[in-house]
Design a protein around this ligand. Sequence first.
Ligand code: NAD
Length: 334
Amino acid sequence: MSKTITVIPGDGIGPDIIDATIKILDKAGCGLDYEFADAGLVALEKHGELLPDTTLAAIERNGVTLKGPLTTPVGGGFTSINVTLRKQFNLYANVRPVVSFKGTKARYENIDIITIRENTEGMYSGLGQTTKADGSEAEAMSRVTRVGCERIVRFAYELARREGRKKVTAVHKANILKTTSGMFLSVAREIAKDYPDIQSEEMIVDATCMKLVMSPENFDVIVTTNLFGDILSDLCAGLVGGLGMAPGANIGADCAIFEAVHGSAPDIAGQNLANPSSVILAAIQMLEHLGQTENAKRILNALRDTIESGDRTTADLGGTHGTTDFTQAILDRL
Ligand SMILES: NC(=O)c1ccc[n+]([C@@H]2O[C@H](COP(=O)([O-])OP(=O)(O)OC[C@H]3O[C@@H](n4cnc5c(N)ncnc54)[C@H](O)[C@@H]3O)[C@@H](O)[C@H]2O)c1
């Protein structure tokens, strides 16, 4: 039976890299149907709003969405569309895998790390943001809940078990942030007891940064709170050659949105220059979420082989070809 997913091409390079990804999903015979929806600048121009109700309805109806990057206009009081989507659908788990491929600007050869970031609480909940009228003081509040900590830590261990991973590292700063990070750490310790088959480790966030840079091969699954996860996952993307190779999944109980981590790259939009790897990797995460593990593996192998052999790769990968040639090289391998 075919599955319908929502597809949001988005802005800038979004339509080109989404189009490339759909060709690959179709060639691999994933049996997906697509309901296209608008969001971002393109939606503002067509429908007068960044995130139309019809798009929200499609995301909810189909449960699974593949999304290109969106441009949030600067000024004009627009809130980030990505933050709105995470809140609206309670997409509490941000799953960001990084793998080093030969033929990229990866700094190491053997990186395979998944960062799982709590996506809805902590410093990014937007609570209590005030600045004194004279501009002398500013405040923001960080709030975490036991339920929020429990579901993200359990999510990390369940993913580790399902994917045959060996270790979960809970990253915190409980020595200083005794209430919020302290609660996260104590919950992580409790939940670790339910998973004796997986090695549990705890690490302070600053030490984690240093160790990730010096010996990333020692990391497997990282689970952490919102702000630390945001920063660590970009550090990990840097280890494998930058955001062009970094996908992300935002997962909730009823909905999941899979996306490239990079932005809409307006400087190269419409020039057939974009590297579609990040969205292709997001689509691979989506196939795993849908239980299509074999198709996910086949597409990953074709992508890896194309990049490693340098066959028709894009400029950011050191090649001289465009999005369409690079996509064709992957299609040829499928
Ligand atoms: N997930 C999202 O929707 C998302 C994430 C980040 C930024 N944005 C938005 O994107 C817009 C542009 O942001 P930015 O310029 O800061 O970041 P960006 O990620 O769009 O671009 C940064 C640099 O990386 C290059 N680049 C990015 N993706 C590439 C790809 N696939 N292939 C080759 N080169 C690539 C760009 O050409 C640019 O030089 C902004 O409006 C921002 O709000 C959206």
